[in-house]
Design a protein around this ligand. Sequence first.
Ligand code: FES
Length: 175
Amino acid sequence: MSTECSCGEKPESAGEIIDLALLEPYIEQYGGPEAKDNLITILQKAQDLYGYLPTEVIVYIARRFGIKPTKVIGVVSFYTQFRTKPVGKHLILLCQGTACHVNGSPLIEDAIKEHLSVEEGDISENGLFTYSNVACIGCCSLAPVFMIGDKAYGGLNKAKTVKVLKEIEQEETSQ
Ligand code: FES
């Protein structure tokens, strides 16, 4: 099935071209009679593909699944796991659960903000980082903790936070 608009052009978002064809294998897998039950799964797959959920993608999924776009938008808004803005190359998931909070996660957030000069959800100027506050990520014994990719960094303080960020920055510049 074509993924182009009726005007023949591919949709764009904030200057970038969103290749909706990438979604097709998942549409095939999760569409059909069970589509409504699979909505969260397809949204997760889409977010993995694009890094976030552009409006074009939300509308496309709604159309292909036969669901009203407002319903899909409602699901995206309800679950904090979904993002509707682009993110940096490395997404920092900063735990603000109880154990992390009482062990200093607000100070960790201050360190991230100061080092990267960003607010939550923004992309750092070098394009490398976005941070997001999240609920408990299941490693409370390491509190305070954040995750970057698949890796958890625990026992954080301001200095260790900056050290981790600098190490990633150095790895990126040496590539
Ligand atoms: S409260 Fe932070 S990992 Fe559980």
